[in-house]
Design a protein around this ligand. Sequence first.
Ligand code: ASP
Ligand code: MG
Length: 406
Amino acid sequence: MALIVQKFGGTSVANPDKIKAVAKRVLACKKKGNDMVVVLSAMAGETNRFVDLANQMQAIPDPREMDVLLSSGEQVTIALFAMAVKEMGDDAVSLLGDQVKIVTDRMHTKARIKEIDSALIHKHLKDGKIVVVAGFQGVTPDGDITTLGRGGSDTTAVALAAALKADQCDIFTDVDGVYTTDPNICAAARKIDRITYDEMLELASLGAKVLDIRSVGIAKRYKVPLHVRSTFTENEGTWVVEEDKKMESMQISGVTYNKNEARITIAKVPDQPGTASKIFKPISDAGIVVDMIIQNTRGTEMTDMTFTVPRTDYKRAMTLVEKIAADIGAESVSGATDIVKVSVVGVGMRNHSGIATTMFDTLSSEGVNIMMISTSEIKISCVIEEKYTELAVRSLHKAFNLDQAA
Ligand code: ASP
Ligand code: MG
């Protein structure tokens, strides 16, 4: 017998029939002798509808009231789910975040979970009930309702699994797992069977939207085995787990890309102590996250500085950088938004040499120019022209033998 946490996303509970189907599925798992804790999202589209309503009330909706509103979608689905289970002759109890006591900080609309009281859930499980918890919400120590940020139900599920010391956490969604690359642009993309937490973190941050990135960090910290799978099939999905020997034998686990990138270059920056700090402090103070930074050492008094920012922050960053460049006496500022960051990710990189060379060779044989390169222990990223995205992704996928089943 195991304790299993199962999370179902908005498309899985989009209408009464789908909620019934999910209840049936959870019941089948319970009948095998498992203790079941279910975390639900709001019905697909509901949270967006609430945001829209709020925007009709206040130019900048009050964050506390926003959370009272946003959290209501999950209240609906958990109650309906519990009713469905009872109608099927079994027993379930729905619990809101403040009933469980999922305690968060006070950062309304993007709160972080501080602690979870598992006593009430254990009590209901002992009584033979399926416990249905509202995803995405918590409560401050003084009793205000909070939400965890969009997509936060994944985080609720994993945090609950950690607190309850569950044997596994299933994340049910509308895709059947994590893919070796984006199937929309590469027909040869394949479902990955097993992937490490670290690889998943890299893939998620690079745009694989299957899982909310914060939940993977929690899963890694508490070693919660995650199973990302489809609500609409019985097939195994992708397991996100600790590293094992077999994973090291793969050179690369996935190829990913991010189009939300823009490049800014400051030409002829004085090469002296303090310059980098003068450039990047105002940018970070404005809440803009800089990703790659490249600075050359020419051995002269001037150097060029190039870096990337999210494309969505490009205009704001440019305005700041133009002012900074004038202040520090740099020559000029230029930038581009038609770029993409293509990355190969894999823990196997630690034991295989030549991964970077294969990547550079592959891009060069397709005539793709590399503008920037950055590496980490398990990732190599290249910035290239956006129009080559598909070509680069497909040829890298092939070059690292991801087209073939492992
Ligand atoms: N309903 C919330 C949202 O749409 C939380 C979630 O579905 O994970 O962001
Ligand atoms: Mg989601």
